[in-house]
Design a protein around this ligand. Structure first.
Ligand code: ADP
Length: 681
């Protein structure tokens, strides 16, 4: 490849405009990445401070939101039922996610929940009663199957022996009889005895609260068993009325159990009218909620007392209080007006997950800060403790949450790793773009050089064509002029000159034919007339027309024309293909030499081959000789007339006929051109 001045200029331009800027750019980027590492270290400290503030703000914001929601929901506490009649009505109650129960006080007394014991603060200690050992023994004896009649007899005798020494003895006896009657389905007797017992002034200390409820439940069950539904409902409401009006509550779990079972059974009565069903439904809802809240109040009475009386309240009117078991928050003035106080019991799990979900949204935008949030039991609830944990700071976050936010030193290896990755990526991209630019440039150069060559060849062709055209014309002109002047007298001479004029004219015709042929091929398939052709016949015709020229030159022909080598093609084009190959074989073979022309069928193919024992073609030239106007620059070619179009025409014909051409040649030994067509039957 020869490099001209123009090409040198292009190279210089390429280096100046592409390679140099790319190199400068990569150096600058490298320095930039180095700077980034330092910058990352510096900004990390600032980010850490902002991160902590954001975490604290997010928690505070969510906690405030819960407070506001509780305040809004507390308004509905005023509308909760107070009297037995209200309990049957549907009420609106609003819950707050993260809050298990709410309690409303006004001027120090309880407004909600309003189930008995309005004097909550003064109420006696709440305790769960334990079954009496005597009662247990009695119960066991009966289970063990004492004879019913014998037992009744013995108890009756004991009853008749009254007055009993103690009231306990009397109650025990009645209880035993009730149980016996109930077990033997003697319901009327059991009811009679139950009423007797229920009418007794309650012997405190023996007929304790849960025993009272079991008596109630037994009474209720017997009524249901006897299908006295109306009486059962009245009985249940009567007990509820008593319960709501009692001064203080003694055993909430047993009361809850009694009412829950009674309400459920009543709701399952098929004969219950719809309005009543609705009322009992509401009753159950309202009662359950209030008694559950009451239960909380009693269980944690001490903490509630402390919270109510604690004056230390933030200026926002909020106070968090915890006893290690539960956490309450109180809201009062100025968040609430007047003497209102709302105390809420936090639902630990819901409260935690509500705050954490808000927090995780905040934390998401801070990917590179190593941190952990731990709860009171030191369990990690967010973030992670890094392997190489150098603690930078630890702060308690969130009101009453007992959470710790710990920030750790950033691992510099990580920063470096990130920068390195970015650097690799950048270098990868740079290398890729450089390769692309290089390849593009190489293609461009090759294209330019090819174009140059083509132009040179065309110019060469034009000059050789005009020369070729001029030579025969000059001869024709010379002979014609000589004869016109009448200087040639002899008939033999006139014949000789005329035949020379004819020969030169034929050469001219051939040359012009080749040029026309070439231009025709250039226009491609459209100009062809497609038909089924016996290629053997076609090639044979070409061979016959050239036979004399070959023999005259001292060459020997060998041929094989197998019949019925049918192909689809354009006759003129195929003729020209055969003509060019045979003509070249003759042209480039010195005498004595052999030329073998063959057409034969093999499988699906019709094969045409022309072999000569001529000058051969060097390996490096073989790919060029099919190019337009290309002629090998050796001595023999130069001394042989030609246009460099022959094989270009052959190649076009092969392409348009979807055939293949191959060449095997050795310099000084000869060449074989083989064309394979798709055969048709
Ligand atoms: P030309 O008109 O010069 O023969 P072609 O396109 O037919 O043009 O051939 C291109 C070149 O290939 C020729 O100039 C010649 O150097 C070489 N060539 C073609 N056929 C043969 C052959 N059978 N033996 C040796 N050289 C050949």
């Amino acid at each position: 490849m020869r490099v001209s001045h123009n090409n040198l200029l292009l190279f210089a331009l390429f280096a100046g405009a592409i390679v140099l800027p790319t190199a400068i750019l990569s150096i600058l980027s490298f320095r930039n990445i180095q700077n980034e590492i330092f910058l990352a270290q510096k900004t990390f400290d600032e980010n850490r401070a902002s991160f902590q503030t954001e975490v604290e703000n997010a928690i505070e914001k969510e906690q405030n939101k819960i407070l506001q929601e509780t305040k809004a929901a507390s308004l509905f506490l005023y509308g909760q039922p107070h009297s037995l009649l209200d309990f049957g009505n549907a009420t609106t109650y609003r819950t707050v996610d993260g809050v298990e129960a709410m309690f409303l006080f006004n001027k120090g007394s309880l407004v909600y929940p309003d189930i008995s014991s309005r004097h909550f603060i003064k109420a006696s200690n709440y305790s769960t009663s334990i079954p009496n050992p005597i009662e247990k023994q009695l119960f066991k004896d009966e289970i063990n199957g004492k004879d019913y009649n014998a037992a009744v007899l013995s108890r009756s005798i004991r009853l008749m022996q009254s007055p009993f020494e103690t009231i306990d003895d009397q109650v025990q006896n009645i209880l035993g009889l009730i149980r016996l009657s109930y077990r033997h389905k003697n319901y009327d007797e059991a009811l009679r005895l139950l009423e007797l017992l229920e009418r007794q002034p309650r012997p405190q200390g023996y007929l304790h609260a849960d025993l009272t409820r079991s008596i109630n439940l037994l009474h209720f069950d017997i009524l249901v068993e006897q299908k006295k539904h109306q009486e059962a409902e009245d009985y249940c409401l009567n007990i509820l009325g008593q319960f709501l009006h009692s001064e203080s509550i003694e055993d909430i779990p047993s009361a809850k159990f009694f009412f829950e079972s009674a309400f459920t059974q009543i709701l399952s009565f098929e004969d219950l009218p719809n309005d009543k069903r609705e009322a009992f439904w509401n009753l159950r809802e309202n009662f359950n909620r209030q008694i559950s809240d009451m239960d909380i109040l009693y269980r944690h009475k001490e903490l509630f007392d402390e919270t109510i009386t604690d004056e230390a309240q933030s200026k926002e009117g909020v106070l968090y209080k915890s006893n290690g078991d539960i956490t309450l928050f109180k809201i009062g003035y100025p968040l609430l007006s007047g003497d209102q106080i709302v105390i809420a019991k936090i639902d630990p799990e819901a409260y935690k997950s509500r705050i954490l979900s808000k927090l995780s949204a905040t934390v998401k935008s801070w990917k590179n800060i190593p941190f952990s949030i731990t709860d009171a039991s030191d369990a990690v609830i967010m973030g992670a403790i890094p392997d190489t944990a150098i603690v930078l700071s630890q702060t308690n976050i969130g009101q009453s949450l007992q959470w710790d936010l710990t920030l750790y030193e950033k691992d510099m290896r990580e920063i470096r790793k990130e920068s390195r990755q970015r650097m690799f990526l950048m270098y990868g991209l740079l290398t890729f773009s450089l390769i692309t630019v290089l390849l593009g440039s190489i293609f461009m150069f090759r294209f330019i050089i090819q174009e140059h060559k083509l132009l040179a060849m065309k110019a060469n062709f034009l000059s050789s064509v005009s020369h070729e055209l001029k030579t025969p014309l000059t001869s024709i002109k010379m002979f014609a002029e000589t004869m016109a002047r009448g200087r040639v007298q002899k008939v033999e001479k006139i014949q000789e000159y005329s035949s020379l004029i004819g020969k030169e004219a034929t050469r001219l015709e051939n040359l012009i034919g080749a040029i026309l042929n070439y231009t025709r091929m250039e226009h491609g398939r459209g100009a062809f007339k497609w038909e089924k052709i016996d290629f053997s016949a076609c090639a044979k015709k070409v061979y016959e027309s050239m036979y004399d020229i070959g023999v005259e030159k001292g060459l020997t022909f060998h041929t094989r024309f197998e019949p019925e080598a049918y192909v689809i093609g354009d006759y003129t084009a195929l003729y020209s293909l055969a003509q060019n190959l045979i003509e070249n074989a003759i042209k480039y073979t010195n005498a004595p030499g052999d030329i073998t022309i063959e057409v034969y069928n093999s499988d699906e193919r019709a094969t045409f081959s022309v072999a000569d024992t001529g000058i051969g073609i060097a390996g490096s030239e073989q790919k060029n000789i099919f190019n337009n106007f290309y002629r090998v620059g050796d001595e023999m070619t130069r001394s042989t007339k030609g246009s460099g179009l022959g094989l270009a025409i052959v190649k076009r014909v092969v392409e348009t006929h979807k055939a293949t051409i191959s060449l095997s040649s050795k310099l000084g030994k000869g060449s074989t051109f083989t064309v394979r067509f798709k055969k048709v039957e």
